[in-house]
Ligand binder design. Structure first.
Ligand code: ZN
Length: 241
């Protein structure tokens, strides 16, 4: 994956890819899983009871001629064609298993140092959530929350089995650092500059620390699970030229 851009062409898409596109002048991104030829499963804002009553007339509207998706009527976990997902914007692919340097260089919500699962498992998870989430309330995946349960956490869940959102974590982390520094330190130009730097990196440092802990735990588990014979094989492999 290029360090400069995650932008890809439609012909580069592979089933099981976590894809995203930017909306509203890159203020936020929308994420989904490419599950089959020209089809994406993605998680959209769920509907409150008030909205359902107010917009009931919109629900009669005709959907996309290619996939049948009705943007105003269908909420929660939905399936649409790629054009409906992109809504006229550019296509990007989320990176998994990237190096710490790569992760630090990229903006939040574009890549993760964590590995991802096999595409078959990714598509299975997305399809399960679609089958159990077409009630406009998010079904089994639950109701939408911009900071804790959004389109990115859905796609990351499908890829890894753990829901998390880089753009939401970064926002929360920045707000926390900013509030702490502004309230606890004198308001000087130097402190403001330090706050900006800390805020930009705090989320990434947290993620990398968490990733290091996860790797250490995995290694510990793998070591503990090995029989003495298996340990010997590992040692032999390490020692062989
Ligand atoms: Zn469509």
């Amino acid at each position: 994956m290029s360090l400069l851009s995650n932008k890809i062409h439609k012909r580069e898409l592979k089933v099981g890819d976590h894809i995203y596109t930017y909306r509203k002048f890159k203020t936020y991104s929308h994420h989904g899983i490419y599950v089959e030829e020209n089809r994406v499963i993605h998680y959209t804002r769920t509907e409150s009871d008030d909205e359902a009553a107010a917009s009931s007339n919109d629900h009669a509207g005709r959907g996309c001629r290619v996939c049948g998706y009705r943007r105003k009527a269908q909420r929660g976990v939905v399936k649409s064609c790629l054009d409906c997902f992109l809504s006229g914007h550019k296509l990007y692919r989320f990176g998994y298993g990237v190096s710490s340097e790569h992760f630090c260089a990229k903006r939040p919500g574009t890549c993760s140092p964590s590995p991802c699962d096999h595409p078959d498992n990714v598509v299975r998870r997305a399809t399960e959530m679609l089958d159990q989430g077409n009630d406009n309330k998010g079904g089994k995946f639950g109701e939408y929350d911009f900071l804790d349960h959004n389109c990115e956490s859905f796609a990351v869940y499908c890829k890894t089995g753990q829901p998390s959102s880089g753009q939401a974590l970064a926002f929360k982390s920045k707000t926390k650092v900013f509030f702490k520094n502004i309230t606890e330190k004198p308001l000087t130009v130097e402190n403001l500059a330090n706050t900006a730097v800390q805020a930009a990196f705090s989320y990434k440092i947290n993620v990398l620390q968490q990733h290091a802990v996860t790797i250490a735990q995995q290694q510990q588990r793998n070591g503990a699970a090995m029989s003495p014979e298996e340990m010997d094989i590992v040692h032999d492999e390490k020692e062989s030229p």
